[in-house]
Design a protein around this ligand. Structure first.
Ligand code: NAP
Length: 302
């Protein structure tokens, strides 16, 4: 039987692995369908402490993986397809078999929602389309950008982008923001922000780099020229497979108290349990907390 199995290999999962491995627990990481998690789709990370010149997303997670391996973590390039948390010994099934563990750390992350419109896939990875203004905003100094969405995230992203950009459009599909009153007021009184109401993006335009958005505004087709597009239409936590076992919010985020889920010995960390911050550094911190709680659980209860 394994001591601890970590499901997911993004920032939270890898940090949990480093801590569990250094505690001599010989953790196993099941890497999942996107090894390295969301960071692998970000070009340069300038806000992870310790890297004054920034670091590539792929390089950062690769470094974390090497660090976890160095202390004895085993990586399985597989996906969990079945779970049984009914007994004290937890069971996980992948395509190649079933394993048992004393403790589990769920770090399956979340996926930003995409519009699924023509052109969208062409501009990921530093070509003008981003899902995180905090990560990529500084690359759009004095540029014109559009934020898609009308919730608190869209408003927060738009306000953040005004620190760098010449002009920020919020493109919203309705005539009213979903965001809280205070956030709505902030964007509506910021003279760098213009809201395009009743506007539905139907295509992303550009050759090498993104150069505009095709919109349908109140039934009329038009083109918005811009250098960048930030999607803020929500995230979906990768937690479906746990729905039967772990208490979740309405949106599917795993509910935790100090990393502990409703099932003793099952912990959760990172974006799958964090609807609010979703930063690499917060995910790493939550991975550390989950590992420390898992270690305490194994020492005291197993
Ligand atoms: P959200 O509240 O679900 O808003 C998503 C927005 O995207 C909505 O305005 C929605 O339009 C729009 N949208 C969704 N699918 C779309 C599509 N296919 N095409 C065009 N537009 C689409 O998500 P969120 O803004 O990420 O916020 C999530 C949660 O975190 C909320 O509870 C929020 O309050 C919270 N949050 C809080 C803060 C803060 O307190 N500072 C900051 C960020 C987030 P409709 O309005 O028409 O549905």
């Amino acid at each position: 039987m394994e001591n601890v199995v970590i499901i997911g290999s993004g920032c939270a999962g890898l940090t949990a692995a480093i801590y569990c491995a250094r505690a001599d627990l010989h953790p196993v990481v099941i890497e999942g369908s996107q090894p390295g998690g969301q960071l692998t789709t970000t070009s340069l990370i300038e806000n992870f402490p310790g890297f004054p010149d920034g670091i590539g997303g792929f390089e950062l997670v690769n470094n974390m993986k090497q660090q976890a391996e160095k202390f004895g973590t085993k990586f399985l390039s597989e996906e969990v397809i079945f779970i049984d948390f009914s007994l004290k010994t937890k069971k996980l099934t992948t395509a190649t078999g079933t394993m048992e563990a004393k403790a589990i750390i769920v770090a399956t992350g979340a996926a930003p929602r995409f519009l699924n419109i023509p052109g969208e896939k062409n501009f990921c990875n530093g070509k003008g389309l981003s899902t995180c203004a905090t990560c990529d905003g500084a690359f759009f100094k004095n540029k014109i950008v559009a934020v898609i969405g009308g919730g608190d995230s869209a408003c927060e992203e738009a306000l953040f982008l005004t620190h760098f950009c010449q002009k920020v459009y919020i493109v919203h599909r309705r005539d009213q923001l979903r965001a809280s009153k205070i956030m709505s007021e902030k964007v509506m009184t910021n003279n760098k922000i213009e809201i395009l109401w009743n506007s539905v993006p139907v295509e992303m335009l550009g050759n090498e780099k993104l150069s505009g958005l095709k919109l349908v505004t109140s039934g009329q087709k038009n083109i918005l020229n811009c250098d960048g597009v930030f999607l803020a239409i929500g995230h979906t936590p990768n937690t479906k497979i746990f729905a039967h076992w772990l208490d979740q919010s309405e949106e599917g985020y795993i509910l935790t108290s100090y990393s502990q889920t409703n099932i003793s010995g099952v912990f959760a960390a990172g974006d799958c349990a964090d609807p609010k911050f979703r930063q690499a550094v917060t995910a790493a911190g939550l991975g550390c907390s989950a590992a420390m709680e898992a270690e305490r659980y194994i020492v005291s209860k197993c």
